[in-house]
Design a protein. Structure first.
Length: 257
């Protein structure tokens, strides 16, 4: 899980809640994803680059995308505030740039390929939850516009989804339904048949992850810095880990490994 204010990614044992390790040095830590080669992929809003680390030992944190000051070119494509990352069906890596309202394209080794989307109506504050849907399109939570955009392989808008307030994190369940954290309304939403329904209602949710059994959900918040485990059928809070227990400050993103 990432901590925006603590500037680190923390690894917890979900069974015990014990801290396994910490990856420091990532101020404004945002999304974490798994690279196709198995490494852990990380971005931080205050670090204009993309980082990788061993997904088993969590060691060897190193830049995958960064601007080499020894060259005239900007190898990041002008990346300023990365928040979300995702791999497209063709293997390309896309990175959301919050401050410039752009999504940039790179190959899997980190070489800059160009702009995937910019100047798109509603693409305002692309947030950490970029995700590729079951149909292969890129779904983008836009914090500032209160929209979720569905973009095709060319970066064109296929659909503009309303109903979430300041969406942060997106996920598709095994049935293909879209889930979203609605930070402004304090809800985790599930969209089925074109309509969002609140599943649980934690305060200012940012990141979330549903356990493999589909019965429980872990949620974090940048406002409380807590990590909570809730029963999806009742909404009951089963476990809450405080910042004092985890060292998390400004909880932003959760990934299940």
């Amino acid at each position: 899980m990432s901590g925006y204010k603590s500037g680190a990614v923390l690894v917890l044992d979900p069974t015990t809640g014990a801290l396994v390790t910490t990856l420091p040095g990532l101020p404004g830590a945002q999304a974490t994803r798994v690279h196709p080669d198995g490494r852990l992929l990380l971005v931080a809003e205050e670090v204009p680059g993309v980082y990788v680390a061993d997904a088993t030992t969590f060691e060897g944190l190193a830049p995958l995308i960064w601007n080499d000051p020894g060259t005239e070119a900007d190898e990041t494509g002008g990346l300023t505030s990365p928040t979300g990352v995702a791999f497209l069906a063709n293997g390309e890596l896309v990175v959301g740039d919050y401050k410039t309202d752009r999504i940039l394209r790179f190959d899997a080794q980190g070489a800059y390929l160009g702009v995937f989307a910019e100047g798109v109506e509603g693409l305002d504050g692309p947030d950490a939850g970029l995700v590729v849907g079951p149909e292969g399109d890129l779904w983008v939570p836009c914090f500032e516009s209160n929209l979720i955009l569905r973009l095709d392989a060319a970066g064109a808008v296929v659909e503009r989804v309303e109903g979430a307030t300041n969406p942060r994190h997106l996920w598709f369940d095994p049935e293909g339904a879209l889930w979203a954290s609605s930070w402004g309304s304090g809800e985790i939403l599930r969209r089925d048949g074109g309509t969002f329904t609140a599943v649980v209602s934690p305060r200012a949710p940012t990141g979330f992850v549903v356990e493999p059994d589909g019965k429980t959900i872990w949620v974090t918040s940048d406002q409380t810095s807590r990590v909570s485990r809730l029963d999806l059928s009742t909404g009951e809070v089963l476990t809450t880990l405080s910042p004092a227990e985890t060292g998390l400050e400004g909880g932003t993103f959760l990934t299940w490994r």
